[in-house]
Ligand binder design. Structure first.
Ligand SMILES: Cc1cc2nc3c(=O)[nH]c(=O)nc-3n(C[C@H](O)[C@H](O)[C@H](O)COP(=O)(O)OP(=O)(O)OC[C@H]3O[C@@H](n4cnc5c(N)ncnc54)[C@H](O)[C@@H]3O)c2cc1C
Length: 430
């Protein structure tokens, strides 16, 4: 198990990498994207020991992105978004303990205790605890009719409000807020988005995309308020009836959706003494500061190898899946370096399909392909003539090409890419 194969310097000790034995027991805490992938990848790696997965939600594990994209079946919501089929876990010998959160971990004794009183021993422990929504801290924020969108039950409530209401105020102009606003518009509601930053999705996309999306959402009937903060949720007849902005304006609405970010769930990890830096600190192989304990997904931050003291978090399905695969490799002592992939993300805001890959932080050159106002364009970011990232809107072909190229270490000829009469693939440097 990983306790034997850890050199403490971020690399696997090949001398110890001898594969798992049937007596090994892994407990996975958290049954979301990362937790389920850890269990599945352990079996892919030929891990033959016991795997027990605890999840605090009672639903069969499901895909989270559809919750804000309107892909939920009203009659059978879990089945429409299930992560794996019902027989998957039995077939792979994965024991699922759903609706039973782990409330205590005894690291020295190697056991977890769940809310129902179950005690399960482990040789390897995986934490895949996800994140909680950041809550709005203003007067009235706890009124009925102030909704958050994190899990399936939240989405069912949101859909009910969408069906019964005429207007909504969305607090937060990030991905989830904008997806919720687009859902509201498609259901015929009046939608207002209040964002304190001067651009939309400012934490994740470049200012150009942020600015264009403000225009595109406005063109689709969303009232986008930038540089405005909510200072109060006001009440009528015992429930939320709108918000007060920092300039005193009242924005009335039948309900309020809050999408102002997430906070990694770290309580259990903190209690057992793992290194924390906003999230659970992991290395590129998803190992925590304690041998034999791995972590993956939204609950983690990854320590940078190049910049000491810096760690980054990425709340995405791709990151959760990749970290989970590496966590499983570490637990089952797979020999070799961890998997590395260029990060990517998508967000579907009504008919606006945004896909991003790579980064843009140090970009010294930007190429725009297509007319942003048309809602169909790509932005390519270059550093010293080498493409490092892209944001594609309703351009899935560009995204697929660029994602593959970035993962393969290829590049694009800057000058050729500027000629939008040429398909992007003709600008690829062979
Ligand atoms: C509405 C919405 C839309 C999104 N859209 C996109 C998108 O379009 N693209 C994208 O890439 N990403 C999207 N994301 C983000 C993506 O879903 C997350 O990054 C991903 O789910 C992270 O996976 P995870 O396994 O780390 O966490 P989660 O999927 O949150 O799973 C963690 C699970 O662990 C459980 N848990 C926590 N503590 C315990 C405990 N003590 N015992 C047992 N169980 C516990 C939690 O309840 C949860 O079920 C979206 C997220 C939301 C909420």
């Amino acid at each position: 198990m990983s306790a034997r194969g850890h050199r403490g310097d971020g690399r696997l000790d090949r001398a110890y990498a001898c594969g798992a034995t049937v007596s090994d027991r892994v407990v996975v805490v958290g049954a979301g994207h990362a937790g389920v992938q850890i269990a599945a990848s352990l079996r892919d790696n030929d891990f033959r020991g016991s795997i027990t997965v605890f999840g605090d939600e009672s639903h069969r594990p499901y895909h989270r992105p559809p919750l804000s994209k309107g892909n939920l079946s009203p009659t059978n919501p879990v089945d429409s978004i299930t992560l794996r089929g019902p027989s998957f876990y039995d077939e792979l010998g994965i024991e699922m303990c759903l609706g039973d959160p782990v409330c205590d971990i005894d690291r020295d004794a190697g056991k977890v205790v769940s809310a129902s009183g179950r005690t399960v021993g482990f040789d390897g422990l995986a934490l895949a605890l996800g994140s909680s929504v950041r809550t709005l801290k203003v007067p009235g924020a706890d009124l009925p009719g102030v909704l958050y969108l994190k899990n399936l039950d939240d989405a069912v409530v949101l859909n009910r409000y969408l069906a019964e209401s005429e207007s909504v105020v969305v607090v937060g102009g990030g991905f989830i807020g904008l997806e919720a606003a687009a859902l509201a518009r498609s259901a015929g509601l009046k939608a207002t988005v209040v964002e304190c930053d001067t651009t939309l999705m400012g934490r994740s996309v470049g200012p150009l995309v942020g600015g264009v999306f403000a225009d595109l959402h406005r063109a689709r009937g969303v009232d986008v308020r930038l540089g405005a903060s909510v200072v109060e949720v006001f009440e009528r007849k015992g429930k939320a009836a709108g918000v007060v902005l920092d300039d005193g304006e009242l924005v009335e609405a039948d309900f309020v959706v809050v999408g102002i970010g997430v906070v990694p769930r770290i309580e259990l990890a903190e209690r057992i003494g793992l290194e924390i830096d906003r999230g659970i600190v992991v290395d590129g192989a998803s190992r925590t500061s304690v041998d034999g304990i791995v972590a993956a997904g939204d609950c983690t931050v990854t320590r940078s190898l190049s910049v000491p003291g810096v760690s980054r978090s990425l709340e995405s399905v791709h990151n959760a899946t990749l970290q989970a695969k590496n966590a499983a490799r570490s637990l089952s002592d797979v020999v070799g370096d961890p998997e590395v992939e260029v990060p990517w993300f998508w967000s579907h805001q009504g008919d606006l399909k945004l896909q991003m890959v790579g980064g843009r932080d140090d970009a010294d050159r930007t190429v725009i392909r297509g007319d942003p106002a048309s809602g169909k364009f790509s932005i390519l970011y270059f550093v010293d003539g080498v493409v490092v990232g892209a944001e594609c809107v309703n351009k899935p072909g560009d995204f697929v090409l660029l994602r593959k190229l970035l993962n393969d270490g290829g590049s694009i000829d800057v000058a050729l890419s500027e000629d939008v009469s040429l398909p992007l693939k003709q600008a690829v440097i062979a």
